[in-house]
Design a protein. Structure first.
Length: 244
């Protein structure tokens, strides 16, 4: 990208992201710092109350907003949710998108369906709380892929490809696309598994903002003093986050 090519400092969330930048031969310094989005989700996790689960039918949390899914993709997701809800496999809560035309289309396809409820567009803390209350998340969101990994919430990605292979490698996330049969089969398979997944942290340990700020401050000081800038610092955060 043009911005990457012009930047003097580049902050990569993972080693893989840094390797991609090196392959692009960017001229700036590359620092692996983690993603500041994980800083935010860790803070939110500590501040929100974990919803009480009442047992019974499993709960799905669903978001679907990527433009590539607005046509046939959204039709496939809606068909899968109707099948899941009608046979009592799970109860789905769908977070509506702020785009009114997209939200209206989702309502038109799913309104009146037993075991499907809608949730208005919500902020970050409310989304984290909703994820913690779900047995399984279905989403095409890139950010939610990272957040679900950090929270230890199983996630089915409503896309055929992802730019976050680190999330897939954790084993708690699966690409399923938007084919109704594939989605239903994956939901059934995931819900048959027992036990909660452990949070994993491939995208950062909650200190990305702190690292980025320190690197920028040092870089500005060195430029002002005419001192050569040292090589980038390596990443060293843990992959597990226990006792949340």
């Amino acid at each position: 990208m043009a911005i990457d090519g012009d930047a003097e400092l580049l902050f990569a969330p993972t080693e893989l992201s840094a390797a991609n930048l090196r392959r692009e031969r960017v001229r700036g310094q590359i620092h692996v710092t983690g993603n500041s989005g994980i800083d935010a989700v860790i803070v939110a996790r500590q501040e929100v109350a974990t919803p009480v689960r009442d047992g019974g039918i499993p709960r799905l949390l669903v978001t679907c907003h990527r433009r590539e899914n607005w046509d046939d993709g959204l039709d496939g997701v809606a068909a899968a949710l109707r099948a899941i809800a009608s046979n009592g496999l799970a109860r789905a809560e769908v977070i509506l998108h702020p785009n009114p035309s997209l939200a209206r289309r989702v309502r038109d396809m799913l309104s009146g369906q037993f075991n499907i409820a809608f949730r208005p567009p919500c902020g970050h803390s409310d989304t984290v709380s909703a994820m913690l209350g779900a047995d399984l998340v279905l989403s095409d969101s890139g950010g939610i892929q990272e957040e679900a990994t950090a929270l230890g919430i199983p996630l089915l990605v409503l896309r055929d490809k992802t730019e976050r292979p680190e999330a897939i490698a954790c084993g708690n996330i699966e690409l399923v696309g938007t084919d109704p049969g594939r989605i239903v089969a994956a939901v059934r398979r995931r819900l048959d598994r027992c036990g909660a997944a452990a949070p994993t942290l491939p995208f950062g340990d909650g200190r990305a903002g702190e690292r980025i700020a320190a690197i920028i401050a040092e870089w500005l000081t060195e430029r002002a003093e005419g001192v050569p800038t040292p090589s980038p610092m390596p990443s060293s955060w843990p992959r597990q986050l226990e006792n949340w």
